[in-house]
Design a protein around this ligand. Sequence first.
Ligand code: C2E
Ligand code: MG
Ligand code: MG
Length: 302
Amino acid sequence: MPDNNAHRPNAKGAGKDLYKLFDASIAIGVEGRPELERDLSAAVGSGELFLLYQPIFELPSRKLAGAEALIRWRHPQRDVVSPDDFIPLAEESGLIVPIGRWVLDEACRQAAAWAADGLELGVSVNVSAYQLGRRDFVEDVRRALEESAIRPSLLTLEITETTLARNVLAACKQLEALRTLGVRVAIDDFGTGDASLSSLQRLPVHILKIDMSLVAALNSGAWSRELLRASELLEAILGVGRALSLAVIAEGIEEESQLASLEAMACEMGQGFLMAKPGPPNVIKSLLGPRAARRAAGSPTV
Ligand code: C2E
Ligand code: MG
Ligand code: MG
């Protein structure tokens, strides 16, 4: 199952986190791809790949609810490369398999390290269509859970709406197998694909992540028709979430006004640059004092 979303242009904004990102697609061009693929192959297992974590907060309390693991590649000769620039290449070359395994293992290891420090925090891992389509994917997840010894419900797998909608039957089968492991599943970039309501009802998922383009549409100026439409669409998605008993997370919150609108609509969780950019694991810990860490340990996690 190829993933259209993985091939989308790098539209998620520049200056995304604490690292300067290198736009490989512009700088390298088609003729540089074999070189980049060779470098990526060498990067697996060499320590050049690393994960940043973007906090997810409960709203309106802004209590830490979990963290999304986001991959980066520290290329030896270049700046840090963003996932939009090498995940498509990894999928086309099959390197996504070892890379995806590494991400799973590393994120679960980090969740175990946080738990050992008294912070039992959920971690979300992005899974591409190519990974989900593989027979041994469930085994990879099982092994990552076993080796880290984390509670399975601490791990959330994020799969895009486009991936799930493309082959609902196959996705259902795979998600059922994952459910028996006790992990949670989130539909990522929700609102940009074409999942039907009936497929949503069939899929064993727990969380809807509203795509940031829908949140950004809340900025369309005071009282405009576009603003009204954006609000109505978000209300409808939140209604679907409630009807299907799914938790809903709004992504890409950049403005106080967006946060205020989402809170007024009773959106229960959010993430975005307004609250925190993706950062190294110690940044997550520093968001919590010892008292907050105890509270987070007792609260629901994603
Ligand atoms: P995603 O899973 O939807 O992740 C959210 C992306 O939005 C991240 O970009 C994050 O840095 C960015 N973001 C978060 N808050 C804001 C905001 O307020 N404003 C803006 N403009 N952007 C925000 P990132 O880290 O570059 O990741 C891009 C995509 O790459 C991810 O989208 C995901 O689809 C993919 N990806 C990241 N890590 C992995 C991975 O380990 N495996 C796979 N297969 N895909 C990954
Ligand atoms: Mg995601
Ligand atoms: Mg997303």
